[in-house]
Design a protein around this ligand. Sequence first.
Ligand code: MG
Ligand code: MG
Ligand code: MG
Length: 305
Amino acid sequence: MPTYIFGHTTPDSDSIIGAIALSYLKNKLGEETVAVRQGEINPETAFILEKFGADAPAFKDSFAGESVYLVDFSDIAQSPKDIKEATILGIVDHHKLGDITTATPLECWIRPVGCSNTIIKQMYDYHEVAIPQDIAGMMLCAILSDTVIFKSPTCTKEDTKACKELAKIAQIEEYKALGMEMFVVKSNLLNATPRELVLRDFKDFTMGDKRIGIGQLEVVDLSLFDTIKEALFEAMESLKVEGERDSILLLLTDIMQEGSQLLVVSDEEATIAQAFDTTLTSHQVWLAGVMSRKKQIVPFLEKAF
Ligand code: MG
Ligand code: MG
Ligand code: MG
């Protein structure tokens, strides 16, 4: 029976590429592993897979009785429903430590860098395994995505160093241009319903006794949302009710202006406004300089709730 490697629910590029890259490394080290995914491939990830000629991992969301590695998360809320019945052999992540625990010792690579793929690059170096050209290109893209082409406050020197080395292996000189090309793909909001857009990069968190869902859309121009904002609010409202959530937040991040318009649907709007030391107008506010959900949104909400 192989060991399965997968990222969080509503997988992003880091989750998908991380599973592929870690699986290749583990297989080289003599373990039998298979990369899988817990959800649909988003347009950005589809672009990356196509660019480097890779197949998407198969869908699988049940792991009772099986061995697994987790990439890019350690929260039960972002796990398959039967994660407690699986044996977790290891975690590779760059988020705050979540609430997953294990019954047996595990391999843990959790570091405060901008992307799980930066850590996986370091794992390849540690084990002295060569990264294939196509996997290097995809890992490069995942890091450019997670760090918003190095603009995110989560980006570290280790991420920029990893990108330089991966770009060399992938033989890509203009890698910032590649990053920009990727974000233009990401900015295409056509062919998606408002509900799909809210859920495109969406995570649930448990804070105190509250269940809070936070989505984020990163685009090259905020005005893309002008005509669909009301529809986004409606989709957020129904997701709040259906998911029995106390709040839904949506970050509309403008990567050129380097800030986010925060949309809020919540029973506790005042607490949320207070968390960011601001006031909301029509359930929204512009947060200058805010680009990272992980570093600039979640910690403040956890404190407030
Ligand atoms: Mg992620
Ligand atoms: Mg990540
Ligand atoms: Mg992200």
